[in-house]
Structure formats: structure tokens, C-alpha cells
Write a protein that binds this ligand. Structure first.
Ligand SMILES: [Zn+2]
Length: 332
């Protein structure tokens, strides 16, 4: 049994309170390896931003949960070494059973998501409440994120063919019965790098797909129901055209890529949305640079020579997100 405080981590309670009242969102960046972790910490220290390090089911399988939580401890020490002790939370992304959440809580995660959004409403309530009771009764309070509504798209082991928006009339009941600390909602974001089908989009003069706008009307209705309550957006990568083009220039193929425009996320971050999940953009940045190195330097075979530049690009991307999209820069 390890408490997150022993690892130097914080839960999300205070982070969200400040983010809601300050009109910004905390970045939640997924990590699976050392280079991603380093890029996240470098960017967040440089921009003085709090951060949530996020671990998906896929990451736990790929990298091992024990390694990842010790990397999070390393991240805390790394931030201090880089000169700024930013608050860092370690969060389980899309936990789908009570047991997985309990396991993460007992090994040092400061926050977990229990995703019962695919279940019938009453079962989602019961499962989420059970996780909250366990998480909140720990010596050091662990925060819990629940979800209402279903996002479309594919993300590691989470996938859904069809989305349905969060029903604003359910949120008061859900929050009060479960005691969740934050709520992920569905207002038109989507997992993965192809967030919409081309027929759902319009095209600009350069032939770039423009997605349908987020449903700010639903967000506003939810905010009216639970004023000041921390809201979370999943699937909020913007899928930058520059990265997609770079990947395709150097031999990749990512047809029909489309993300959420950054100005819409900026608008959402100013509301009660206080945590924005970004994963695909980081994958694209790393892949673009690695492909570039492989094409331009075919004799290169030292992993540091392609993972290094990929890490530098990732850091630039995250710093940009903190400064220009989430507004979290300068908040730590
Ligand atoms: Zn998600």
C-alpha cells in the first residue's frame, strides 16, 4: 500500500478548484515511456503549469503499472531538479472496473477515472459510487472522475461506434448519488485522430476537413445544473494538419484525420471545463519527427537520435497547449 503523497503527487481537488475559478483547464497528458514523461515535465516546468500524468489501460499493459507510478515519482523529482516544483497528479484514464481503480489507488495513483458510461444509468451510478467510497476513505483522499454520455472514436482499449451527448437532466442526480469529484461529458469531442467521418465535416478552401462545432449549448445547460462543478473533456486533440502532412510526406498514411479546433478548446477551458485530455496530438508529433529522421538520415540507428528530436517536438507541442489552448501556463 503506497499513498500518492509518498510519491510526491497531489490529487486533483485543489487543481480543479483553482482552474474553475481561474478560467483555465489543467492539461491531462497520457504517457507510456520516458521520452513522453520528460517532454511533459519539461514543458510544464517551463510554462509553470500544473499537470495530470495520465495512464490508460493500454499504457498499463505496454509499460507496466509499477514502472509508470515510479516514473511519476521520478517526474516529481525531475520537475524540482528543473527548477520548479509544479503540482503533478497521477491519474488512471478509463478505469473500467472497481478492481483496477482499487489497484491503482493502493499503488500510489492520486486520481482515478471510473468509466461506467457504457453501462445502463443505474449501474453506472452504483459502480461510480463504489469507487468513490473506496477512494475517498483512504488516508489521503483520492479524487474520482466519472462519465456521463458516450464519446465516439477509438482510444487504446476504449472504443465506441456511436456517441451520445450527455443528458443535462441527469447530472445533478449522478453527482449527488455518486459523490464524484469531476465529471467527463460528451459534447462532441471524440477519441483518436479521425474524430469525425468526412461526411460529418465541411471543407475549407484548401480541402482541409472542418469538424462540426462542439455543443456549447449542452455544456452551458450542464453548468446551470451543477454550477462550478469540475467538468472534463476527453478526446480533445486538435490533430494539427502540419503533423499529418509531415507524416504523409515521409511515407505515412493517415487519411481523413480531423480533430477539435484549438479555439473551441480555448473557449471550453474558460468555462467549468477544468481538465482537457490530449493524447493523439502527442502521438502525431512524435511519429512525424521520427519519420522525418528515418527518411532524412537513413544510416541513423541510435534510438536517442530519433527519440530525442521527437521528445523536443513533443515538449514544444505541450508548451503551446498550456500557453495558448488550456491557459494553464503561469498557474503553478
Ligand atoms: Zn478518454
Amino acid at each position: 500500500m503506497t499513498s500518492y503523497k509518498e510519491l510526491g503527487l497531489v490529487n486533483t481537488k485543489d487543481l480543479f478548484k483553482k482552474a474553475v475559478s481561474g478560467g483555465y483547464a489543467i492539461p491531462a497528458y497520457n504517457f507510456n515511456n520516458m521520452e513522453q514523461m520528460q517532454a511533459i515535465i519539461q514543458a510544464c516546468v517551463e510554462t509553470k503549469s500544473p499537470v495530470i500524468l495520465q495512464v490508460s489501460a493500454g499504457a498499463r499493459k505496454y509499460a507496466n503499472q509499477n514502472i509508470l507510478r515510479n516514473m511519476a515519482r521520478g517526474a516529481v523529482e525531475y520537475a524540482i531538479e528543473l527548477g520548479h516544483n509544479i503540482p503533478i497528479a497521477l491519474h488512471l484514464d478509463h478505469g473500467d472496473t472497481f478492481e483496477i481503480c482499487r489497484d491503482c489507488i493502493e499503488t500510489g495513483f492520486s486520481s482515478v477515472m471510473i468509466d461506467g458510461s457504457h453501462l445502463p444509468y443505474n449501474e453506472n451510478v452504483a459502480l461510480t459510487r463504489k469507487v468513490c467510497e473506496f477512494a475517498h476513505s483512504q488516508k489521503d483522499y483520492v479524487t474520482v472522475e466519472g462519465e456521463l454520455g458516450v464519446l465516439a472514436g477509438v482510444e487504446d482499449d476504449v472504443s465506441s461506434e456511436h456517441s451520445h451527448y450527455t443528458e443535462p437532466s441527469e447530472v445533478v442526480d449522478f453527482v449527488s448519488k455518486t459523490k464524484v469529484d469531476s465529471l467527463a461529458i460528451s459534447i462532441g469531442t471524440s477519441h483518436g485522430r479521425a474524430k469525425f467521418k468526412p461526411e460529418q465535416c465541411t471543407k475549407d478552401s484548401n480541402g482541409i476537413l472542418i469538424p462540426p462545432p462542439l455543443r456549447f449549448d449542452i455544456l452551458e445547460e450542464i453548468e446551470k445544473q451543477i454550477p462550478g462543478f469540475p467538468i472534463v473533456l476527453h478526446g480533445s486533440s486538435s490533430v494539427p494538419v502540419e503533423y499529418v502532412q509531415l507524416i504523409e510526406k515521409f511515407g505515412g498514411k493517415l487519411s481523413d484525420s480531423v480533430g477539435i479546433p484549438e479555439d473551441q478548446l480555448r473557449r471550453a477551458a474558460k468555462s467549468a471545463v477544468c481538465k482537457i485530455n490530449i493524447d493523439s496530438d502527442g502521438r502525431l508529433a512524435m511519429t512525424a519527427i521520427i519519420r522525418q529522421v528515418f527518411t532524412q538520415k537513413p544510416d541513423e540507428f541510435d534510438p536517442r537520435k530519433y527519440l530525442g528530436p521527437a521528445r523536443d517536438e513533443l515538449k514544444k507541442l505541450y508548451a503551446h497547449k498550456n500557453q495558448n489552448v488550456l491557459g494553464s501556463a503561469g498557474q503553478a
